[in-house]
Design a protein around this ligand. Structure first.
Ligand SMILES: *[C@@H]1O[C@H](CO)[C@@H](O)[C@H](O)[C@H]1NC(C)=O
Ligand SMILES: *[C@@H]1O[C@H](CO)[C@@H](O)[C@H](O)[C@H]1NC(C)=O
Ligand SMILES: *[C@@H]1O[C@H](CO)[C@@H](O)[C@H](O)[C@H]1NC(C)=O
Ligand SMILES: *[C@@H]1O[C@H](CO)[C@@H](O)[C@H](O)[C@H]1NC(C)=O
Ligand SMILES: *[C@@H]1O[C@H](CO)[C@@H](O)[C@H](O)[C@H]1NC(C)=O
Ligand SMILES: *[C@@H]1O[C@H](CO)[C@@H](O)[C@H](O)[C@H]1NC(C)=O
Length: 530
């Protein structure tokens, strides 16, 4: 009998893959007819390490695989499953938290590729660096221009992902008068000035203002082209508008002031030029407080905290030798949350050095900031480059890793009237030895073997080959004197004959400069023959 069964495990690699999944179907190669093969996950052409790597069990009888998926750029955890149908893996289906744990197909997610510059993306109250992230079906992202009032957002600020497509076109940021040299055909710039109080620019591009704040909205327009006009949606009160008073501002700043803002001042404030070009700021006055920041949470972190009211800013710093992990400037937002998580101070650590050179070793390897890496070469090798480098404030080493080069001795010189024995090699490493030999009728003076030392010098100077005459042997019935193995040039031989024998009186062989005798050793001749 065949029992289909379910195995459950966590698949870390699959989680990652799912996190960037844009496909409804994660498709597995399968054999028709049989059970399913080990799930060989091919997600949009990319094959990933899968369950098969960890559980080499027989998948032919497995009907369903459950795993924990991480969905979307924030890694929302959901239980997902794939099912073996007709020899192929089908799925995944993932559980919804909202509807009692039912499984649903993963709709296609959406991406924000090639986003226009100046757009800031926020998802679930967290600012996202768009890039290669994708957003799950149903996700809503908020888009705003980086500097509100300086760019005008054209289009909707909220986009929803609907099975692979965004609900509306991605908005654009249009430059305003301040950036276009006050041309008449650009919408006006609106600058926000806060002489007292606090406010925060929200993910939607709205301005959230704490009650009691004084707010100047400055519409930038060239006065000689006419007067712009301020309008507002709130019916709470009238606002003072008019050209700025100061001489340097009166020709181009048309101002609206909100004194001691109240919730009833919330609304849209629009500046329109005589040609009808507009730019707006949406103001929401709310008495929101954020969680006070615990400055003692990290012993290294120093914080300058304005307070914890809406619009208040906290600026964080780390001491030398540490780097900030996270965002340095946090703003208290209308959501009651700080714009980013509180950062941490992480010690600066340089990458651990991996040495490829088998002759190079580390004497010291301190990867802390200010720490040193000190190198040494093995015997017979010398260091090229810096013998020590330091871990710098950017978390990088101050220089490259040095290399080791074999120490070499210069080619040995062949002595005059002699030669090198076994000198096949062109390179002479430390420890290698060279032998010398002299030609015939020459004697070696000095060391006949020299060794290459660590200093790159030979252990001894090369020997000389001095001319020497060989021992010529005694004549018959006589002896030569002196008796030596060899004779130096200039040496004379004296022949002494045995009793009854004589030698020519004038015969005295001399050793010549080329190692030959001037004459043969004279014979000892009998008295009777002389
Ligand atoms: C794979 O991804 C690319 C780009 O993200 C997309 O255009 C394509 O449709 C995807 N392929 C499938 C089979 O979904
Ligand atoms: C942002 O935070 C606010 C307040 O906590 C919350 O009401 C809102 O739903 C959050 N928005 C998203 C998209 O999570
Ligand atoms: C800006 O406009 C003024 C007046 O129209 C002109 O004199 C000036 O040259 C312009 N500057 C630039 C950078 O276009
Ligand atoms: C840095 O911060 C991020 C986000 O808060 C966190 O995921 C990461 O683990 C931190 N890095 C370290 C080394 O603590
Ligand atoms: C953080 O605030 C400081 C002080 O207001 C400012 O000089 C700095 O530019 C800000 N940094 C960022 C990244 O906004
Ligand atoms: C590493 O270097 C740092 C900075 O010079 C020093 O404070 C630390 O004590 C060193 N660590 C070790 C284990 O030597």
């Amino acid at each position: 009998m065949f029992f289909p069964f379910v195995i459950s495990f966590l698949l870390v690699s699959l989680e990652r893959t799912l996190a960037v999944s844009t496909n409804r179907n994660i498709h597995f190669q399968g054999w028709k007819g049989a059970g399913c093969p080990p799930p060989d996950l091919a997600l949009n052409g990319t094959v990933r390490a899968t369950a098969a790597d960890r559980h080499r069990s027989d998948y032919a009888e497995v009907k369903e695989v459950k795993f924990s998926g991480e969905i979307g750029p924030l890694g929302e955890k959901r239980l997902c499953k794939i099912k073996c149908i007709g020899g192929e893996w089908v799925g995944p289906l993932c559980q919804n938290h909202d509807d009692g744990g039912h499984y649903h197909p993963l709709f296609r997610s959406c991406r924000l590729d090639n986003l226009p510059a100046h757009l800031v993306v926020t998802y679930h109250n967290v600012s996202i660096q768009p890039g290669r992230v994708s957003f799950p079906h149903g996700a809503t992202v908020l888009l705003r221009c980086r500097e509100i009032g300086v760019y005008k957002l054209l289009g909707d600020s909220a986009l929803q992902c609907q099975n692979g497509a965004w609900s509306t076109r991605i908005p654009a940021c249009i430059p305003t008068t301040m950036l276009t040299n006050f041309t008449e055909d650009a919408p006006p710039t609106v600058l926000v000035k806060i002489p007292s109080g606090s406010a925060s620019v929200e993910p939607s591009g709205d301005l959230a203002v704490f009650p009691g704040t004084i707010l100047h909205l400055e519409c930038l327009f060239s006065r000689r082209l006419g007067n712009p006009e301020w309008t507002w949606t709130s019916t709470f009160r009238q606002y003072l508008t008019g050209w700025a008073i100061a001489t340097e501002e009166r020709e181009w700043k048309y101002r609206l002031s909100i004194y001691y803002s109240k919730p009833q001042d919330s609304g849209v404030y629009t500046c329109a030029t005589p040609r009808g070009l507009t730019n707006s700021i949406t103001v929401n006055v709310e008495a929101v407080h954020c969680e006070p920041i615990d400055v003692n949470s990290d012993p290294y972190l120093t914080a300058r905290v304005e307070g914890s009211r809406l619009g208040h800013v906290a600026i964080f710093q780390c001491p030398i030798g540490f780097k900030l992990n996270g965002t340095s400037n946090l703003t208290c937002q209308a959501s009651g949350l700080w714009s980013s998580p509180i950062p941490q101070c992480l010690p600066i650590i340089c990458p651990s050095l991996e040495l490829d050179d088998p002759h190079l070793s580390l004497v010291e390897h301190n990867t802390s900031y200010g720490g040193r890496a000190v190198f040494r070469c093995s015997w017979g090798y010398k260091l090229t480059g810096q013998p020590g480098i330091e871990c710098e404030v950017d978390g990088q080493w101050s220089g490259p890793v040095p290399t080791c080069q074999a120490v070499q001795c210069p080619p040995p010189m062949s002595p005059l009237n002699g030669r090198l024995v076994e000198d096949g090699t062109r390179y002479h490493k430390v420890g290698s030895a060279v032998q010398f030999a002299c030609n015939e009728r020459h004697q070696l003076v000095g060391e006949n073997t020299v060794v290459c030392t660590e200093s790159g010098q030979w252990s001894h100077p090369p020997p000389f080959c001095k001319a020497r005459c060989p021992y010529p042997g005694d004549p018959a019935h006589g002896r030569i004197a002196p008796v030596k193995f060899s004779y130096e040039p200039g040496d004379h031989l004296k022949v002494t004959c045995s009793a009854g024998y004589v030698v020519r009186l004038e015969a005295r062989p001399q050793c010549r400069g080329d190692g030959t005798w001037s004459e043969e050793v004279p014979e000892c001749r009998s008295y009777q023959d002389v």
